[in-house]
Design a binder for this molecule. Sequence first.
Ligand code: ADP
Length: 553
Amino acid sequence: MTKRIFKAILAVALSMLLLCTALIIGVLYEYFGNQFSSQLASSAAYIAQGVENEGMSYFENLHKGSSRITWVDKDGTVIYDSIAEVSALENHKDREEIKQAFENSTGKSYRYSNTLAEKTLNYAVKLKDGSVLRVSSSQYSIFMLILGMLQPILIILIIVVTLSGAIAYKVSKQVVKPINEIDLEHPEYASAYEELTPFLRRITYQNRQIKSQMDELRRQQQEFSTITENMSEGFLIIDSKTNILSHNSSALKLLDVNGEVGNQSVLTLNRSEEFRKAIDLALKGEHNQQKMRINHSFYHIFANPVYQGDNLVGAVLVIMDITEKEERENLRREFTANVSHELKTPLTSISGFAEIIKNGIAKQEDIPGFAVNIYNEAQRLITLVEDIIKLSQLDENSVPFEKEPVDLLQIVYTVSSYLRPAAEKRNISLDIEGQPVQVLGVSKILEEMVYNLCDNAIKYNKDKGKVCISLSEERGAVKLTVSDTGIGIPYSLRERVFERFYRVDKSHSKEIGGTGLGLSIVKHGAAFHGASIYLKSKPDKGTVITINFPPLL
Ligand code: ADP
């Protein structure tokens, strides 16, 4: 704007200057031209008077100066000329000024030289005898005048241009300064120009509108990010070119992306085929769902296209961690397969013995033995089914009893009374240490847990070994420890033994007995009571399993 004002002022000043110069030169030229013309007229009249009095002899003493004097006879023949030879001059009767003088007693004309550099003014006066006296004199033409004054004109021009430039610069700055000083954030306080008031009022109004719209947008944006940031699911919005427009931190966590994520392609976050497929299909307008795996975790990706009118403008991706569900599903599948197998073995055996008896192949004396086998296998089946029921109750948190303060020492005594015969059979000592302690729990489950721990401590013990059950309490927290001097558990399997149906030595499981669910029931029972389990074992030396109950409130 400053530049435009500057240029405009400068242009006006220069054009005014040129116009003034031209007008002044024109007026001056006209003025001096008239002066020159009247001087010529008076000197023509003066010379005419002299010639009339003295005739040709008058010319002899006359000082001619720069004027040319010509005397023309009545018929136009040149009688005298101050410059040229009279004989060489043609008849002058048709010359404009001479013609006028013959008719009106005076005549006047001017002629330009070939180069337009000079203007010759002729003034003719008719004498009494009918002849005509002409005085001619030259003056510079206006072009020559300008040419002659070119240097001072140029100097004046330069001075005026410089001055105009400086003034234009200052004026334009001054004009623009108040406009530049307007605070567009608060245009209502500006007092620049009255003409700008409606404009500034409009800006104030628009500023207010923009501010309230921005506040609303910010509020919505905050609401949106609060919601998405609190989602455990990953959330990503992309445009039609796969560039990320918005994301939450869960998305980065689930996709295992470290560091900042900008407006980059979402495909750089994960290179798996399923991820790409989900995005490709969504950007082709297809709602789809893909399952993918990152490291040891499983995810579901829900990809939905986003439309604006009829145009597909991007997609929304929601990523859900389904690892737990997947693991549960796997466990369920494994469990079903194991249960079927565990049920089938005793049933096949029962069916085999029953078939022999039914077909009458069995000898009479073998039948009682077969009946014992059938009974034992049936008992195994019952124990197995009971264990499965207990586990599923603990699994589904549908234990049909309320928790209450239970004396754990009492339970230990009860359990040891059940197991003492089996221990004595193998000369295994069963010691109990500790005083009565109370835990908040369900006595049936607690009994089951203690039973399984002690049963294992005897089963996997060596003959003449030792089993010690100890109870202690520290600040209300009860600790139950079952230790044995048995075969121990390899370090690498110390977690696996808590899995359903997992046994370290599968080949001897039948003669040792057990369902493979004992430690699973202990683990789930402990979780039900909010207790933690620690297992310490050394192969061939023995095992110590500790359960820490939370304090009784
Ligand atoms: P099981 O019915 O086979 O005893 P459990 O779930 O109680 O099933 O135990 C799982 C496996 O852990 C057992 O088969 C055994 O190999 C191992 N185990 C459990 N307790 C002990 C222990 N005290 N000493 C050595 N091994 C043990």
